[in-house]
Design a protein around this ligand. Structure first.
Ligand SMILES: Cc1cc2nc3c(=O)[nH]c(=O)nc-3n(C[C@H](O)[C@H](O)[C@H](O)COP(=O)(O)OP(=O)(O)OC[C@H]3O[C@@H](n4cnc5c(N)ncnc54)[C@H](O)[C@@H]3O)c2cc1C
Length: 394
């Protein structure tokens, strides 16, 4: 077993060395280097496209999905080895998408065979980009209050209403969307629909963020016709699918807390601030905060590895992604606070060439959203209190 895994490791390393273009073995410089795929996506370079194509052909954009659906058919242990070898060679992730990290797992669990065959290979090849239509103006933390309606019209649903904070809705090809099919029950009146963003009656309006970027939109539905076979799960059972998907979303977001996100803070701070006569970071307060952060980040990385192994083995408590999401995002916010503190006033530069167009400041501001997206920290703490610690409701 161990020999077979070592054999796979050698095979994977040889293949990656032969197939990963040199440019795709350099760190990403900005968000533009992320390959999201989809009908509207413009590749940043030929190498980016080539890397996506060869990885998709091998099924390694989604290594542990079944081969029939465009995956690599790898076991969890092999998929982990592949990830380690990609990290060792500095290979970029060839494709990142909500299809891979959110909808795919839900389709694998709840989709019909026809839905899996229709959607999963397109996600794996980066042909269709998905967005998430959950939140509404009056349904964020209390998501089950959502009001977007889907009326049963016989052979189709007629969807009317509004979503908000829909990340990349203006870039996406399809949406996975929570709708109300029964007003007499809260959670029990929600259904889960999949539809094309080019359907008649769908429109989007970008919202500008504090960081200056516009990554999300208001999304409007005005008499949108959705064929019945685009319902995922049964009518009024969408809440179960929605919660399962949220677990995967929270697992994905928790990854932000990992140590693999850029240089070690201590090294960065040493380069910016310098050393005292004992060759330690020449700022005792910051030194203590950074040491505490590094210890926490190390512990979180170990915890994450264990969590992912147990998740793949189907052995986690259903509320555990909330724990990981809470800690990982708070840790990432802390990391960026410390980067700003170590960078001093230079780090606040917004537009200069020297600051790479305000890279540090914009990234710091972006992290403020980490503990909101995918469910706020307060909501994760409520879930942990209720479902893991089993504390009584106040
Ligand atoms: C960057 C980003 C991307 C996003 N992308 C998407 C997306 O693609 N699709 C999508 O559907 N949504 C998306 N969201 C929306 C996100 O899921 C919501 O913002 C989030 O669930 C919070 O809802 P809300 O904004 O309505 O805040 P509210 O629910 O109004 O909460 C306001 C404040 O009250 C607190 N609060 C509310 N209820 C409780 C409670 N019971 N106990 C304690 N405190 C409470 C909250 O923690 C928060 O601090 C995104 C958000 C961000 C920031």
């Amino acid at each position: 077993m161990a020999d077979a895994l070592e054999g796979f490791r050698r095979e994977a390393r040889d293949w990656l060395e032969a197939n990963c273009p040199a440019e795709m073995r350099t760190p990403m410089r900005s968000e533009k280097d992320i390959c999201w795929g989809g009908r509207k996506f413009t590749f940043a370079s030929d190498a980016q496209k080539q890397w996506l194509d060869v990885m998709a052909q091998r099924g390694w954009t989604v290594p542990d999905w079944p081969r029939d659906y465009g995956g690599g058919g790898l076991s969890p242990a092999e998929a982990k080895v592949l990830k380690q070898e990609m990290a060792a060679l500095g290979c970029r992730v060839p494709l990142q998408s909500f299809g891979i990290s959110m909808l795919g797992p839900a389709l694998l669990e709840y989709g019909t065979e026809a839905q899996k065959l229709e959607h999963l290979p397109k996600i794996a090849r980066g042909e269709i980009r998905w967005c998430q239509g959950y939140s509404e103006p009056n349904a964020g933390s209390d998501l089950a209050s959502l009001a977007t309606s889907a009326e049963d019209m016989g052979d189709h649903f007629l969807v009317n209403g509004q979503k908000v904070w829909t990340s990349y809705a203006d870039q996406a090809d399809w949406i996975f969307c929570l709708v109300r099919t029964d007003t007499s029950q809260k959670q029990g009146g929600i259904s889960f629909l999949l539809f094309d963003m080019e359907s008649e009656g769908v429109s989007t309006k970008p919202i500008r963020l504090i960081s200056g970027a516009s990554p999300f939109c208001e999304t409007f539905f005005d008499d949108v016709k959705v064929p019945k076979d685009q319902l995922l799960g049964a009518v009024n059972q969408g809440w179960t699918v929605a919660k399962y998907l949220l677990g995967h979303e929270r697992e994905m977001i928790s990854g932000m807390g990992g140590r693999a996100q850029g240089p070690l803070l201590s090294e960065y701070a040493l380069a910016k601030i310098g050393r005292d006569e004992q060759r330690r970071l020449d700022d005792p307060v910051l030194r203590a905060r950074i040491a505490l952060y590094e210890v926490r980040a190390h512990a979180f990385a170990a915890m994450s590895e264990r969590f992912i192994d147990r998740l793949k083995a189907g052995k986690i408590h259903p509320a555990q992604p909330s724990m990981m999401k809470y800690y990982g995002t708070e840790l990432n916010k802390d990391r960026h606070e410390l980067l700003m503190a170590a960078g001093g006033s230079d780090a606040l530069e917004w537009d200069s060439e020297n600051s790479g167009g305000g890279k540090a400041a914009r990234a710091w501001l972006r992290t403020k959203a980490n503990s909101i997206e995918g469910g706020t920290s307060e909501i994760q703490l409520n879930i942990i209190a209720k479902r893991i610690l089993e504390l009584p409701e106040g």
